[in-house]
Design a protein around this ligand. Sequence first.
Ligand SMILES: O=C(O)CCC(=O)C(=O)O
Length: 313
Amino acid sequence: MLGLFLQPDAVTNIAGMDIDPLVKTHALEVVAKGYTVVRGAIPPETCAKTIAAFRRFERANDAIFAANRNELGHYPRIVNLHAAMPELLPLFTRNPVWLAVQDVLFGAPTSLYTSLFYEVGSQQPLHRDSPVFATRPEYLYFGSTIYLEPAGDDNGCLEVMQGGHLMPELDREAIAIRRFGALDKIPDTDGDTWMEYQNTVIEAGRARRLPVKKLYVQAGDSLIWHPQLPHGGTPIRDTSRTRFSLVMHTTPAGVPVYHQDAFFAPSRAFPEVAPWSYREVEGRKIADFRHGIGFGHERAYQLSEFRQPELVG
Ligand SMILES: O=C(O)CCC(=O)C(=O)O
C-alpha cells in the first residue's frame, strides 16, 4: 500500500475530500511544505498535568532516573516512556485533529509505533529520520511532536528545512555498495553512513537555498513532519530551562519498520508485515513494546523494573 500522501495525485485527492476544512488544510500543508503545526491541539491543563505525572513517575523510580541525569541535571531523550507511563497515552489517543490529519494522509487509521520523551531540546543538527524508520513500503510513517511547554530560542525549538522533503532521494544503493560491497552486507546501524547521507542531503538543500525555519510553539501545539523533511533542534541558550515534549512515530497498523539495512537497499525485498502485535487504547492501536525503555544510547530498562507512583505511596 502506498500512503495516500505519497501518491502523485495526493493534492488533488485531498483537496477533493469531503472532510473537516481544518484537517484538510493541515494535510495539504504536510504535502506542500513538509510539516504542519496544529495549534492548541492539547489543552494546556493536560500538558501541565502530564509534566506533573512525569515528576511523580521520576520520584517513584529515583534510582533509574538518577543514574541517567547529565552534568546539568537533565535526561537524554527517553525512548518509549509511553510504555511505562500511561499518562502519556492521551497525547496520542485524545488529539483528534492531529490524528485525523495523519489518518487522511496515510489513507488508514494512525497507530503508534515508538516515542521519544524530551525533558530538554535535542540540539540535533538538521537530519532526515528516514534511515532509522525504513518502512516497507517505503516512507510510510510520520514523525510528530506534542509540546508540553512553549519552545523558543532560550530553551531550543525545532527547525525545519522547508520543502526539503521534495528533494530527490540520493542513490542510496551506490552509497551502500561503495561502503559495504553488497546490499546484504549493510549493518542495521552505521554512524559514518548516517553522516554521509545527512551531510549530502543538507548540502543539497542549502545549494537550493531552501529556507530553514524555526518553529516557535506553545504548550499543546502538535507538529507533524513528513518522513523526508530535514529537521533538527536549535541550540539552547538557557540550559536551566526545560522543554518537555513527546515525539511520536506513527504508521498505519501492521507496517514494519527497519533501519539502515533496508533504507540503503531499497531494491531488496523485506517482509511487508510487522512482526509485532498491537494493543488497543481508546480505539487506537499501539505497537506492543519490544525493546525496553532507553535513556539515550544506554541500556534499556524492562517494564518490570519501573514502579508506578500509586504503588510507591
Ligand atoms: O525536538 C527536537 O529538538 C528534535 C527532535 C528530532 O529531531 C527527532 O526526534 O528526530
